[in-house]
Design a protein around this ligand. Sequence first.
Ligand code: ASP
Length: 708
Amino acid sequence: MIPRIPRHNWDRRLLRALLESESIFAACQPRTFFSSLSATGARRSAQTRIKSLPSGTRCSGGSHRHLSTYAPSAQQPPQQSRKRTHMCGHVDVSHVGQRVVLCGWALSARKAGKDLVFVPLRDATGISQLVYEDPHSSSSHSAEARESIRDALLSITPESVVRVSGIVRKRPTEAVKKDQCGGEVEIVLEGFEVLNAADPLPFSTAARAKLPSEEVRLKYRYVDLRRSQLQDNLRKRALAAHTARNYLQVQRFVEVETPLLFKSTPEGAREFLVPTRHPGQFYALPQSPQQYKQVLMSAGLDRYYQIAKCFRDESLGADRQPEFTQIDVELSFAEMEDVMEVMEGLVKQIFNAVIGWKTDGPFPRITYEQAMRSYGSDKPDVRYGMKICNVSEAVGHVSDDGTVVEAFCVKGGANKISNKAFEKIKEVILTEAFPLLGGKVDPKDLYPIRVSGEAGWTGKLGFGLEVSPAGKQQIEAEMGRVEEGDLVVVNRRLNGYLGPHTIAGRMRLHIIKHLLSTGALSPDNEYNFLWVHSFPLFTPTTHPARIPAGTEATYEATHHPFTAPLLPSPPSTTSPSPTTQHDSLFTSPGDALGQHYDLVVNGQEIGGGSVRVHDPHLQRRIFSEILHMTPERVAADFNHLLDALRFGCPPHAGMAIGFDRMVAILCGASSIRDVIAFPKLSGGDLFVGSPAGVSGQALKEYHLKVVE
Ligand code: ASP
C-alpha cells in the first residue's frame, strides 16, 4: 500500500507519471489506451515506473520533455487504439454516443463541483469541452482514489499536450454554444494521458486575455500563433496561395523558381548583400525576380508565375517587412489590357475563395493624373466622396507664381470637426513630406471654411481671393452643393503632381480617419478596387520649378527602369523604328508617361506592374541618356538583360501583387506582421535572435572586417 501523499506535497514527478499513466481512469472497453487498473493501482504502477526508469532518462528537475520516452509496459495496448480518431472541431451531434480519442492542448481546467471538472481541449480545428464526472461514486473506488484522479486532472498545467478518450454526449441546453463548432456536444472523459506537460507560459492564448507587447509575442511566436486569430490568418494565407496556384495553372502559367542569390543591381530600394568566400565578391538578395522573369520570356516560357520571396532593406512599417512575398507574373506578347484581365480574375478568385466576396464587372480604371486631381493620391480611397476640385479659376486665382487653389467639401463637417481637431490634423500635415514643395507646407496655405449663413461660402478667402456667386456656382457644378453646416477645406499649392500625394489628398484622408474615429462617419467595408495607370515614366529628383537655371534635371524611374513608355499611337509596320519613335522621350523625359499600372483597394496599393521595354537599343538609351548610367555601369549591371533582349525577346508585360498586404486585407489585419508566421521587428527576428554576430573565423573566411 502506497502511503497517501498530501496533495500539496505531491512530487511533480509522481504526479506527472500518474498523469502519463494509461490507467488513471478505469476504461469501459478493452483496447482503449487506458488499461483497466484502478486509480490506486495506477499510482503504484506509476511509482514503479519512475523507479525503474533507465539511468539518463530525464523526467526530474522540471524537464517533462521525455515523459513519453518511458519504456512501454507489458500491458501497453496496441498502438492503433491510441490513435486520434477525430479533430476537436469536427466532433458534433452526429457523434453522440461514440467513443473518441482526441489530442490537443489542454486549457485551464475548471472545477465546477466536488466531482465535476471541465477542461477545454484545443487543436488546430477548434475546442472540445471535456467533462470529468466521477464515474465511480457508486463503485468500489475509494473517495481517496477519486479525489486523486480529479486533482490530477486539475493539476494539468494550461497548454499541456494531452491525449484523451471519452464518450460524446449532448450538452445540456443551457450550455450549448451555438456560435462554436462542436458547441452542442461535450466529451465525457474516460481517460487522459499527458504527452508534454507545459511549463507556465509567458502569456495566455485565451481569446479575451490581455496580450503582452509585440516584442514578447514575437519572441514566443509559437505560443502567439496558437491564438485562434493568428491561426485563422495563416490558414487564410495558405488558401489564398493555393487558390492563386490553381488559377494560374489553369491560365497556362508555369511556376518557376528564380535564384535568391542574385546580383547587386539598382532597382530602387537598398539591398541585402551576401558575402562570399571570394574576396570582394557579393551576391545580393533580389528585390523582386524582375529581371529573371523578363529573361524567362526571352526563353520562351510565355507565361511565368512565382509566389516569390523578395528582400528590401527598408525601414519597417505596418505594411513593410525586409522580406516579403509577391505573386509575381510575366506574360509574353501581352499588353496592359491582358495583364489587367488575368490579374483581375486572380484577385476576384482569391477574394471569393477566402472570404466569399464577389463582384460583377471589371474594376474601374483611372489615370495617375485623374487620381491625383480628384483624390490627391496615386492610390485613392474612393469611398466617402469628398472629391478634390481645382477652384483656381472660380476664385479668381491668377497663377503668376505657379500655384493653384484646391478645395474639397466635408458634408456637415462644420459641426463634426472642431477648430482644435482641424489644427491637430494640420499639424500632422506640416510634418509630412511633399516632394513637390521640397518638403515644406506653408500653414497659411491650408485652412477651413465653415459654411454658414445665406451667403454660404461666398466672400473673402485667405490669400486675398474671393468666391463670387458665379464662382460658387462653377465650383458646385464640380464639387456638388455646398450647404450650411458643411466644411470646405482650401489649399493653395505649387501646380503639378509629383510623388504619391498632394496636400489636399493627405488632408482628405486625415479628415476621413478623424470622422471614422469619432463615429461621425460610418465605415464603408466594401472592397473598392480600381486600376491606376499611365504614371509619369520618370520622376524628377527635384521638381523642375526648383531646378536652378542652366542645370539639367535628373530623373529616376517611377516604377523601375524596365517600364515601357506610353506610345502616342500603336506601332505599325510603316511607323519609324521604335528608337526614333521615342525621340521626344529623350528631349523631355519629364513629360513621358509609362505603361505602368497599379491595383488599388480602399487606398492601399496591392500590386503594380508594367509593359516592359523589349527593344535593347531603347533600354540602353534609357539607362544612359535619362538615368545617366555610365557605359561601364550599364555593362556591369545590365548586360545580361540587354543580351537577353537582343537574342529574340518577345514583347512582354507583367505585374506583382503584394501577397502579405493582400492577405492582411482579407484577414482585416492592421499589420502584415499578423499574417506572416515569423515576421521581423526593427530589432530583427526576435524568435531566433537575428541578425547576430559571427565568429572571427567566419569573418576571416568571408574576407570581412567589422569596423566599429
Ligand atoms: N517587379 C515589380 C515590383 O516588384 C513588379 C512588376 O513590375 O512586375 O514592383
